[in-house]
Design a protein around this ligand. Sequence first.
Ligand code: NDP
Length: 237
Amino acid sequence: MTDLAQKNVLVLGGSRGIGAALVRRFSAAGATVAFTYAGSRDAAEALAAETGATALRANSADRAELTALVSSRGSLDVLVVNAGTLVLGDPLELDADAIDHMIDVNVRAPYHASVEAARRMNENGRILIIGSVNGDRMPFAGGAAYAMTKSAVQGMVRGLGRDFGHRGITVNSIQPGPTDSDMNPAEGPMAATMHSFMAIKRHARPTEIAELATYLAGPHGAMITGSMQTIDGGFGA
Ligand code: NDP
């Protein structure tokens, strides 16, 4: 038995990358885990079979679908909003609809999912939103809109932390730096540039992000709220 055994956990965007590491880590801790996916059905079903977690299809860009899914999970102990998209490029060239979709997934979804979860969340519940160090620092061109979405998470977390604190519910953001995933492969073309900004010159492993999440979700996280927990190898230092 661990501190997270039997806790009711929902991970939004759990099929791949950091989300899959979160599903594995919370499942290994004995929690009852459900996770959503949008497009990666095969990966989601394989992860469910591997971990015993429940895979549910829900598009975070669809507010009604998302809030119905959150509501259907009943009284949560932990909500982790991980689903995110990354659109990089010259703002004069980027497709406006792609930017709006990113805002839907990275900003509107965490806000509405957090509020919906809090309606029936257990006392001392935990809300974790995966932000990014780019909410603090955007050291190259082409990332304005992505950085904007992750800065928005910061304001959301500070405010919701105050809104729900009287119930013992904490609201925090984990801000990864470069982390090995489909979104940002450790061997990708941008890797050397990213490492040049870092004190520890490598991508993080998704398991390192998941470990921080379980700390914040457990009893030792009870006094941490309204905060950004940066895990970036010094990218933002
Ligand atoms: P990946 O692209 O590897 O995985 C993204 C996950 O989010 C997938 O499980 C995907 O599911 C899900 N997802 C995306 N869009 C939707 C949607 N509309 N509805 C439901 N689920 C969705 O990304 P990472 O693992 O790298 O990133 C996870 C989070 O971490 C994001 O919020 C990202 O911004 C943040 N982050 C990542 C960093 C990195 O270097 N990797 C650095 C800093 C922050 P599916 O495939 O089923 O659609």
